[in-house]
Write a protein that binds this ligand. Structure first.
Ligand code: FMN
Length: 405
């Protein structure tokens, strides 16, 4: 198994004890782990635990030797450690560390090391819900995200402080799996923010009924996982689906076409690439009754209004962002995709024939044709949606290169 040298920075949060399990999980996956602890972390767990688990001396201070289990540091150790390791993981990343990293303060070993480290950074914040939601913390997270760091958002659940909410450190094996993906996958999307829509929308008929469609969201979720794995910040605007969001992706849940339009427009300026896989309803009931409609013996008709055309609106508003639409067709697939490409100002349309067996809606596989403005259509043969997602991203990067060489 290849050995991946990683730094595990441990902050002074209640979840510091979980960092010991994370050290083990990383080692089980082939990492050599250099533990670094802040002074506050040492109030929660002993360096000896990390020294025993990793077989490494634990770095705790910028200056001077402390005990035989902890080291050191000669004044240039933060540089050596930065250069010798492939990934910096900070778990738990305290509110304090996020603030230090965001503003470039370097008053202890971990924050000095952060500035000296030039590789990928994975931050796993964990704290009380109010601390996490505080505008200062959120602003710091935004700065760190924009800097291209990977943020694994905290899980929701019961917290040590006795409240329930967002703030829990994700389970260590999940963090370790994410770290391994960062270490082993290509990182050609590190500087991208990719806005993806996925799944169906639900249009209410009355408070208990809706119209929807057969979209499972699998293609959009596969695109989100592929983009996140390749280093992108991914904002996934998702209709109601039965899927677990990929690790490290920011999910914006929506129900209706109007909600999806609003969510997409709210995040449009941040995006460098927009991928619209969602199967948005074409019609909706503009005046939804406030009470459940009762069954009678009479015929019942619905008056439907067209939903907003999100793709066309994004096509009109976009600046130099890359816009990729999806077209689910049952006939004249390429011709329909080309019509959509031009009518909606897309840079690429991914067309699939949803009437084919074993591909399209609900299935794990797909078979698509990529239609762009200048090149001939590219047929991607049947493959898993996840594998196709990487090929679609590869082609999207080619299209952008041809637009902005
Ligand atoms: C019992 C206790 C639990 C704490 N838990 C957290 C926590 O989960 N997350 C956090 O950001 N800060 C937490 N703090 C506050 C940090 O320990 C404090 O901000 C400290 O300065 C962080 O130092 P560091 O970022 O250098 O590790 C806690 C403090 C105490 C006393």
């Amino acid at each position: 198994m290849a050995s991946h040298p990683v730094i595990l920075g441990v902050g002074g949060g209640i979840a510091a004890y979980k960092a010991a399990e994370l050290a083990r999980a990383l080692m089980e996956r082939g990492c050599t782990v250099q533990p670094v602890m802040t002074d506050a972390a040492r109030e929660f767990i002993q360096p000896l635990t990390f020294a025993a688990l990793t077989g490494q001396k634990v770095i705790t201070g910028l200056f001077g030797v402390r005990t035989s289990d902890e080291v050191l540091a000669s004044s240039i150790d933060h540089i050596r450690v930065a250069q010798e390791n492939a990934l910096l993981i900070v778990a738990p990343a305290t509110a304090d560390l996020l603030a230090k990293f965001a503003s470039g303060l370097a008053g202890d070993f971990l924050s000095t090391l952060y500035l000296a480290f030039e590789g990928p950074v994975l931050l796993c914040p964990a704290m009380n819900t109010a601390m996490w939601n505080h505008p200062a913390t959120q602003a710091n997270v935004e700065i760190l995200r924009k800097r291209g760091h990977h943020i694994l958002p905290p899980d929701s659940g019961p917290l040590a402080c006795g409240t329930v909410g967002a703030g829990r450190l994700p389970d260590p094996p999940r963090i370790a799996d994410f770290a391994i993906r960062l270490l082993t996958q290509k990182h050609d999307l590190d500087c991208e923010t990719i806005l993806i829509t996925a799944g169906p929308t639900r249009e209410l008929l009355d408070p208990v009924r809706f119209i929807s469609n057969r979209s499972s969201g699998k293609m959009g979720y596969a695109m989100a996982e592929a983009a996140a794995t390749r280093g992108a910040r991914v904002i996934l605007v998702s209709g109601p689906v039965q899927l677990t969001p990929p690790e490290g992706v920011e999910v914006v849940p929506v129900q209706t076409a109007v909600e999806m339009r609003d969510a997409v427009l709210a995040h449009l300026d941040a995006a460098t690439v927009i991928i619209k896989t969602a199967a948005v309803a074409d019609y909706y009931v503009a005046a939804v009754p406030t009470h459940k409609v009762k069954k009678t013996a009479m015929r019942f008709s619905l008056e439907l209004e067209p939903t907003p055309d999100i793709l066309a609106e994004v096509g009109r508003r976009k600046k130099d962002q890359l816009l990729i639409g999806f077209a689910a067709e049952t006939e004249n697939v390429v011709a329909e995709a080309r019509r959509k490409l031009l009518a909606k100002n897309c840079d690429m349309v991914v067309a699939n024939n949803v009437s084919a067996d074993g591909t399209g809606f609900e299935s794990d596989d797909n078979e698509v044709v990529l239609v762009t403005r200048d090149a001939s259509p590219i047929a991607l043969p049947r493959a898993s949606k996840r594998a196709l997602a990487d090929q679609i991203l590869d082609q999207a990067l080619q299209v952008r290169l041809s637009l902005h060489p």
